[in-house]
Each structure stands twice: as structure tokens, then as C-alpha cells.
Design a protein around this ligand. Structure first.
Ligand code: BG6
Length: 465
């Protein structure tokens, strides 16, 4: 990062530090922040785990994860992180441990001689959220340093609930313990550089502003195809499925950023208001316009021959209000497919000549991050033949390899430490997203009606519902 954030001293308490998400995303992101000296020198990581594991064992695994992504792990960066990390055996379901944890945090602050921000990061299965939040409150951990102004914050990973009513219950319970401004609901897609750029693109390229409506745009498609399957996360994924795991959170947020009214200013509040208004204007999904499928080896992988969990889902939505009345919004995701490709494609209408020949604008999130405008030009020659031509912006080409942007989890952590909630989902946005998906969740619950199977590594099922 060229512009270096100035971060306050903090204790980051990670519940579930030995879990898959923590090892694959969170700890490597913290390593990068330590390596690049972006964290305040008085930063302590407290990893909590039910398991009996040594710090050496944990760091051995973290090193493997870093190597997987970076191909190289800087020993000095890892050492710095290790010196500031403690591992504690802790059962989050047992309320007895919480007052002891509070005592320990107070002692740490005394030792450091200063008040520290306290961030509780819940990297645990969603079924445990409510109890853990309750225990945090009952154990007095939601307060902050008695003699100072440091802030206490809760960071939670999606999915926030598993349907509308459980999300409402979770939000109600959380609000008894934390104020809304203390809760940071992580949707790492919002923190992706390419996703932030969709809003910047819309705000600062007025050439598109006048044609960002249903009179000029025929379809909007949000697609996240993944090559990986469930990557060993069978306990997490079974019963969750593609709709809850990806569409209800990441992809609806992407759709909102693409279609919302531009915020009045760049404040966190204005951006949240725009996203929320758009999500609230989407008509709840019609199950008849939804497709689900499962990859062929999934049932064996999770050891459940009766599984009705979808690994592929595609839904068609309609946005209310003036701007988008005639433009369908299609959202599709699937695992174990032929390729990894995440993009938003806006297809324009062509009222003049032939409606099949038109322009498309694609925001490419991965791979080859960039923005691509597909044009039609005349092929040189005596005949009037058309040719496709592209205007292509590629991050790699424009900014080069040497200017990597912060990874989404690094951005999430930095923003949570500095208290910027712009890239996090508010409770209203979360509830609006659950309202959209609720009819399909109910229709698909405990049955496999209409479920098809697709071969792993294929392009997936036919998605026309
Ligand atoms: C997570 C989902 O939130 O996002 C995973 O739980 C998915 O199932 C992952 O694989 C995709 O993230 P990214 O950044 O690799 O596209």
C-alpha cells in the first residue's frame, strides 16, 4: 500500500484461530500487515482455540498457507508476527472462560501502560455466533479500557444467520451486547479492490452515467464460477450451499454496487444508504426463476448420500423503482467448474440496428482483474463486415506487478482497526439480502426438487430456468 494507514494500538482476539478460514485468509493477511509494518507496534494477536496446539504448530501451518499464495514466506515478517501472537486454549461455548479472558486483557493493557482497541474476530461456525456474543457481553468483554477512549469492536464472518428469521434473531442478540457502529460484518468481496473500483468507475466516468438504466441496458449478470470444490469445508458447507454462501452475501452486494443510485457523497453513511435502498428495492426472488445443481462427487465428499445442498445456483431478480424496471439481474455461482471467473457483465441495448449486435461492459474481478468494453467495428475491406474489438483496462498492465493492491482481508483488518465501516455490511443490508433470497431458501428447504447434477470440472448445468 502506498498510502500508509495510521493505526491505533490494538488487541485482536481471534475466536477459532485454528479454523480453515483463519489459517487460509486471516492469519496470512495479518502476516502481510506485520511484514509491511502497517500495524501499530503495540498490536497483540490472541488466538483462541479449543484444541491443544502449540504456537509452533500453528505457525508451521500458517507458513504453508502463506507459501501457497506468495510462493515465499519472509522469515523476518513471520518472526515479527509470532512475537506478537499468543495462543490460548479456550472453549467459546463455556461462559466460565470469558471473565478470565477479560482479566487477561486488562493485565495486558496494564503491562503496556496504555489503553488498546479490542477487536473480537469471530472465525467460528455460524451456529456458535449467538452464544459467543452473549458470553462476550455476560463476561463484560464488550466494554473498553476503563480509563481510556479505546474502542471495542466485533468482527463477524458471513453467513450472518442461515435464513431471514435466524438473521433477525442474531442481529437482535448482537444489538443487546454491541452498538451497530461497533459491529463489523465482513463481506470480503466489498473489500476487493476491483469491487471498490466499480463504484469509482460509475462516479468518475460520466460518459456512462446517462445510460445507466433500463432504457439502455438489456441485462446485468453477476457471475462467480469457481474451480475449487468445497475444499475440505464439509462441516461448513453442507446445509449452507451456494445460495447462502455466495449469492445472499457477496454477489448481492456486488449487484447492489453496480445498480444502486450513486451516493450523495463518499461518506460511509451515504454509501450504506445507497446499497441498502437498492437491496430493499429488489423484489424477493421467484423460485420458479431459480436453478440449482450439485457436482457429481459432492455427496461422497460430504458423506451424505441424501444431501440436498446445492453447489451451483442461478437466480433471476428484478429491481423495483424507475431506473431498472425492464432489466433482469441474473446472479450465478458454482463450485468445481472448469474455470475460476468472477465478473459483472452489463449488456447494452441496441435500439438502432440489430438488437443482437451490441456492447458489453465487463468488470473482471478475477482472474485478469480489469474492465473490458466490447465494441463492434467495421472490418477493413470492401464489404460491410463487423468485427469485435475491445477497450481493455488491466490492473496488471496499468499498475504493474510491482504495485500489488492490498488483499481483501488486509483491507478488512485495517479498516476494522481504524473503525471505517464503509466496506462492511450493515444489519439493514444483511436483512434486505435475506429477504430477497428467502422464498428460494424456503422452496429448496429439505427437498431436491429440480436439482440436477453436473460433472466436476465442467461448465455446469444449463442455467436458463
Ligand atoms: C467465501 C466462500 O466467502 O468466498 C467460499 O465461503 C468461496 O465458498 C470464497 O470459495 C471465494 O472467495 P474468493 O475471494 O476466492 O473469490
Amino acid at each position: 500500500m502506498s498510502d500508509r494507514p495510521s493505526l491505533e494500538p490494538s488487541i485482536i482476539v481471534i475466536f477459532g484461530v485454528t479454523g480453515d478460514l483463519s489459517k487460509r485468509y486471516l492469519l496470512p493477511a495479518l502476516y502481510h500487515l506485520f511484514k509491511d509494518n502497517l500495524l501499530n507496534e503495540h498490536t497483540t494477536i490472541i488466538g483462541l482455540t479449543r484444541q491443544s496446539m502449540t504456537t509452533d504448530e500453528l505457525f508451521g501451518q500458517v507458513e504453508l498457507c502463506i507459501n501457497e499464495v506468495d510462493n515465499i514466506c519472509d522469515p523476518a515478517g513471520l518472526k515479527k508476527m509470532r512475537e506478537n501472537t499468543e495462543l490460548h486454549q479456550f472453549d467459546p461455548a463455556d461462559p466460565v472462560g470469558y471473565p478470565k479472558l477479560l482479566e487477561y486483557l486488562n493485565q495486558l493493557e496494564e503491562k503496556q501502560g496504555m489503553c488498546l482497541n479490542r477487536l473480537y474476530y469471530l472465525s467460528i461456525p455460524p451456529q456458535l455466533f449467538t452464544d459467543v456474543v452473549h458470553n462476550i457481553g455476560a463476561g463484560g468483554l464488550n466494554g473498553s479500557c476503563q480509563h481510556g477512549t479505546a474502542k471495542t469492536r466485533l468482527l463477524v464472518e458471513k453467513p450472518f444467520g442461515y435464513d431471514l428469521s435466524s438473521a433477525e434473531a442474531l442481529i437482535a442478540e448482537t444489538s443487546k451486547v454491541f452498538k451497530e457502529e461497533q459491529v463489523f460484518r465482513i463481506d470480503h468481496y466489498l473489500a476487493k479492490e476491483t469491487v471498490q473500483n466499480i463504484l469509482t468507475f460509475r462516479q468518475h466516468n460520466p460518459v456512462f452515467a446517462g445510460i445507466w438504466d433500463d432504457a439502455h441496458i438489456k441485462t446485468i449478470e453477476v457471475v462467480a464460477r469457481e474451480k475449487i470444490g468445497i475444499a475440505g469445508r464439509k462441516n461448513f458447507y453442507e446445509g449452507v450451499g451456494a445460495l447462502r454462501d455466495f449469492i445472499q452475501s457477496h454477489l448481492l452486494q456486488l449487484a447492489a454496487i453496480t445498480t444502486m443510485e450513486l451516493p450523495a457523497d463518499s461518506s460511509s453513511q451515504s454509501i450504506h444508504e445507497s446499497r441498502q435502498a437498492l437491496l430493499e428495492s429488489i423484489t424477493p426472488a421467484d423460485p420458479a426463476l431459480a436453478v440449482r445443481a450439485q457436482y457429481d462427487s459432492y455427496k461422497d465428499e460430504v458423506g451424505n448420500p441424501d444431501s440436498t445442498t446445492e453447489t451451483f445456483a442461478s437466480i433471476k431478480l428484478f429491481i423495483g423503482g424507475e431506473r431498472w424496471q425492464g432489466t433482469p439481474l441474473t446472479i450465478t455461482t458454482g463450485k468445481s467448474l472448469a474455470e475460476k471467473r468472477t465478473e459483472v457483465t452489463v449488456t447494452f441495448t441496441n435500439p438502432h440496428i440489430d438488437s443482437e449486435v451490441t456492447n458489453t461492459l465487463t468488470f473482471r474481478l478475477q482472474p485478469n482483474e480489469g474492465i473490458h468494453l466490447e465494441l463492434r467495428i467495421k472490418k477493413p475491406g470492401f464489404d460491410n463486415e463487423l468485427e469485435d474489438a475491445a477497450m481493455d483496462f488491466s490492473y496488471q498492465h496499468t499498475f504493474g506487478e510491482s504495485s500489488p493492491h492490498p488483499d481483501a482481508y488486509e483491507r478488512v483488518l485495517v479498516d476494522a482497526v481504524r473503525g471505517d465501516r464503509t466496506l462492511f455490511a450493515t444489519s439493514a443490508e444483511v436483512l434486505a439480502s435475506w429477504r430477497i433470497t428467502e422464498p428460494i431458501i424456503q422452496a429448496w428447504r429439505d427437498n431436491a426438487d429440480g436439482m440436477t447434477t453436473y460433472a466436476s470440472g465442467s461448465t455446469g448445468p444449463d442455467i436458463a430456468p
